[in-house]
Each structure stands twice: as C-alpha cells, then as structure tokens.
Design a protein around this ligand. Sequence first.
Ligand code: NAD
Length: 287
Amino acid sequence: MSSSTFQDSVILITGAASGIGRQLAIQGAARGASILATDIDTTGLRETKTLASQQGQVIEIQELDVADPEAIQSFAAQVILGLSGRKLILINNAGVGLFTGSFEHTSLEQFEWLLSINLWGPIRMTKAFYPYLLQQNRGHIVNISSVFGLAGVANQSAYCTSKFGIRGFTESLRMELAGTGIHTTTVHPGGIRTNIVRNATPRGPVATAAMHQQSISNFEQAAQTTPEKAARLILDAIANKKERLVIGPDGRALDLVTRLFPVRYSRIVMKQIEKTFTNPYKDQSSQ
Ligand SMILES: NC(=O)c1ccc[n+]([C@@H]2O[C@H](COP(=O)([O-])OP(=O)(O)OC[C@H]3O[C@@H](n4cnc5c(N)ncnc54)[C@H](O)[C@@H]3O)[C@@H](O)[C@H]2O)c1
C-alpha cells in the first residue's frame, strides 16, 4: 500500500464530529494527510481536532451544513483557494437516519430532509469541488453509501433511497472519470458502532421513545464493526484505489444474498430480521 497517497494530500471530510468521520480525521492525519474536518456539530468537531492533532499534522475544522447549498458554494470557493494545487480527497461521509416507521408514516418533508443531507449533500459537495478535481486531473471522491444501498429494507425507505442514490451517483462518476487521474470509491458499511441510530430521534405519528429504544438495542446487537476499523478500511481502499468497499461480515453477507437472489432477498432478509430482532414497530397498530 502506498503511503505517498496521503502525502501532499488534503482529506476533506463531512460529518467529522463523530463516528466514522471522526476516525477518518484521526487516522488520515496519522497517515500524513492534511485534514479539513467539517460538520454541523462544532463541539464534536473541536474534540475531533484535539484527537487528530495528536498525529502531528495540520487539522482544520469548519462548520458546514451539507444540506445548505449556499454554504457549500462559499465554503468550496474559499477552500479551493487554499488548496494550492494539492491533491484533494473528498470524503462525503455526513449522514443521518430517520426513525418514523413505514413509508405510510413518513411525511414527504421528513423524506426530503433526509435526502437533502444524505443524497443532495454528497451531490452538491462533489459538484462544488469537481472543477478543481478536473483541472488537477487527480484526486479521489469517496461516497459513503451503506448496505442499505444494496438492499431495500422495511421502515428505512428514505434512508435506502438516499443510499441507493449514492451508489448510482458514484458508479456513474466512476464510468465518466475512467482514464482520468480522479478515482472514486463507493463504501457500503454494514453495522458500525456509532451514534447514528441513537441520534435518529422518533418522529411522525407512530414512532415512540420506547420503539426507538428497541431499535437502538437491535442496532447494538447487530453492529459488528468499530468506527476505527471502518475508517482504516476506507483509507486502505483510497490508497489501493479500490472502487467498491463492503464493510463487515454482516455487510458481506447482505451483499452476497442480494446478488444471489436479487428479488427473493426481501423475503430472506425479512425472515432473518424477524428471527433475530424484536420488531420495534410491532405494536404500531395499537398506537
Ligand atoms: N453506523 C452505521 O452502522 C452505518 C452503516 C452504513 C452507513 N453509514 C453511514 O456512515 C456515515 C457516517 O455515519 P456514522 O455512523 O459515523 O454516524 P454519526 O451519527 O456518528 O456521524 C454522522 C455525523 O454527520 C453529522 N451531520 C448530520 N447532519 C449533518 C449535516 N446536515 N451537515 C453536516 N454534518 C452533518 C453529524 O453531526 C455527525 O457528526 C453516514 O453517511 C451513515 O449513513 C453508517
């Protein structure tokens, strides 16, 4: 694996105040890259800076809401000026979950809110930095999808839509950028032990705090990979120009099932979920 990948490179990470994004900042710095860590959570960002600074590299932090098109525009204009020809590794990592239940109980506003972060965020960030990448004819775009970008699952319609979208977007860029010096990686993590499910507070007409608690327990039981390991694998994938990365044994199992049974996987996965977990929405009809 070439360590030169990260020398003279700037890794720009969205959602770097927590979870996988924070680990990408810490480990990216340890591999010799300059880090530009962004998030809406400025307290978490400062903690990331403290942790990543211990690696002896330059860590800059900046508040950035990836759902805000104007903020992205002015952020990109200012960052590009400071890049001074260095290689840009853009990691579109910021993401949220939504705990509403089925599509029936998810409003269009909630659906749109999630897409504005998980799907439009990476599209707008990529668009803003694309001229720089093309002009340099080098760099890397890493988009964090999910195993829910490989399999559609119940009660996750907005999230799955966003993550399938990320996959289609990144794979289209991959073909368009073939033969250039700009690389792409689509990442499909299985369960990673972060706060993402805890942060997805209950919303809508049926979701309750007790249901949310059940879903947190399910997630804690299922999530097999640490954010430290996920970040290490993502940075390895960048160094090795790997175009598709599926993380964790659960991720690889779901990847295999969806490829072997592109339609029947719905029933297979549903049975497995019913066997393994308590359905948080089982009392939904009595609410
Ligand atoms: N944890 C998992 O099991 C898992 C599995 C598959 C994919 N992912 C994806 O990995 C990525 C990172 O998630 P994580 O698990 O580390 O979660 P996390 O909740 O620990 O971190 C997500 C970060 O995104 C930030 N964020 C939220 N909205 C934002 C916005 N509008 N603008 C900028 N930042 C914003 C949050 O403040 C937080 O710091 C997400 O895209 C998520 O969908 C996570």
